[in-house]
Ligand binder design. Structure first.
Ligand SMILES: *Cc1c(COP(=O)(O)O)cnc(C)c1O
Length: 398
């Protein structure tokens, strides 16, 4: 595959997100070109043969790779410090491919139980159908990871901070247990964002994103990405990805490239707003619990401080009075919109117990700390004082 011409790897994130991975066409365009093409043509039959043999660089088919998609992959690799990457059609395509490409019937997966609903379906239900057993553990309890290990354990999987209660799992400690067991650690880094947390540097082997969230950040398109070392991608993902087709559309890759240009700015602003809102919520008599990894009263504050550059762009909190009070709060909001998405320019609020986590049993929800009064708030780019007025007004209406 052609490599970008500029050597931008040592730049800081804000610079990387504007210039990293850019490959210009012969027209010398300023903005990244959008290559809406399925295939590529060859000068001669010999050239086609050489490209298929891998003797000459170049693109073959957009299910394998595409110049616009490759720019997105290269920019993300630069940010993450990864040796290679593959863009995917959605975050779930990234999660499913990252796990499935490295297991076979008879293997075993260990996963932290506080997972995005679809991730839990993949590791529990899809894997079981393929003959791959899965053990779910409390991700913060290192003994549980250790005790879950079997001779056939191949993959450890987690997200941190978790959805929706923002628990923080010690990536370096879990990576050490995985590696001692001969397993690969895959981290879903969506909630942390690539700005606040670098799982590969902490010892993880593979990082996956739903680019649908902060990376697009403007509610436009779905996308995902898998990042790792070049060796891991070559050995595990390269053929699987080509032949099963989770490829990212070039149009969405282009949208995500433009999203990356403003990612550091947006995440910084959203994090500032989240920290402000978390501190003010903690003072409110209508709120019985605030969960924000950047606050000292967060149960995992020490781990968060060690492995994350800052808190989070989200805040979770319990509205005193359970479901009825939480619903009244949501319905009274005027700026903040009710939606299950996150990382958007628009502030979004969700009631996990009746939406994203409604398929879990009441016991499973209780185990994860998802009470009927729990609300998850994703901070957008609005002025924080307008957001706080909205929140305060809605709390007063309860
Ligand atoms: C949204 C999300 C996903 C799935 O991403 P899609 O792009 O919606 O497929 C996976 N993991 C986490 C933590 C998410 O928030």
């Amino acid at each position: 595959m052609p490599q970008p011409t500029d050597q931008t790897r040592n730049f800081k994130p804000a610079t990387l997100m504007v210039h990293g991975g850019t490959t210009r066409s012969g027209f010398g365009e300023t903005s990244e070109a959008l290559f809406l093409t399925q295939g590529f043509v060859y000068e001669t039959a010999e050239a086609a043969e050489a490209r298929f043999k891998g003797e000459e660089p170049g693109f073959i088919y957009s299910r394998y790779a595409n110049p616009t998609t490759r720019m997105f992959e290269e920019r993300m690799m630069a940010l993450e410090g990864a040796g290679d990457a593959r863009g995917t059609a959605s975050g779930m395509a990234a999660v499913a491919a990252a796990i499935q490409c490295q297991v076979k019937a008879g293997d075993h997966v260990v996963a932290a139980r506080a997972l995005f609903g679809s991730c839990r379906y993949v590791v529990e239900t899809v894997m079981a159908r393929m003959g791959v057993d899965c053990t779910l553990v409390d991700g913060r309890n290192l003994d549980e990871w250790q005790k879950a290990v079997r001779p056939n354990t191949r993959v450890f999987f987690m997200e941190t901070p978790t959805n929706p209660t923002l628990e923080v799992i010690d990536i370096a400690a879990v990576a050490a247990i995985a590696h001692a067991a001969g397993a690969t650690l895959v981290v879903d880094n969506v909630f942390a964002t690539p700005i606040h947390q670098k799982p590969l540097a902490l010892g993880a082997d593979v990082v996956v994103y739903s680019a649908t969230k902060h990376i697009d950040g403007q509610g436009r398109c779905l996308g995902g990405i898998i990042l790792s070392s070049k060796d891991w991608i070559d050995e595990n993902l390269h053929d699987y990805y080509r032949h099963t087709g989770p490829a990212l559309s070039p149009f969405n890759a282009w949208t995500l490239l433009k999203g990356l240009e403003t990612l550091p700015l947006r995440v910084a602003q959203q994090t500032r707003s989240a920290a402000t809102v978390a501190d003010r919520l903690a003072e409110s008599p209508k709120i019985s619990r605030v969960l924000y990894p950047g606050r000292e009263d967060h149960p995992d504050f020490a781990v968060a401080r060690r492995q994350m550059a800052a808190g989070s762009t989200l805040v979770a909190f319990d509205v005193a009075g359970g479901k009825e009070a939480a619903f009244r709060f949501l319905n009274a909001l005027r700026i903040i919109l009710i939606s299950n998405n996150l990382g958007d320019a628009k502030s979004l609020v969700t009631h996990p117990a009746t939406t994203t986590h409604k398929n879990l049993s009441a016991e499973a929800r209780a185990e994860l700390g998802i009470d009927d009064g729990l609300v998850r708030l994703s901070l957008g780019l609005e002025d924080v004082e307008d957001l706080w007025d909205d929140i305060e007004g809605a709390l007063n209406s309860i």
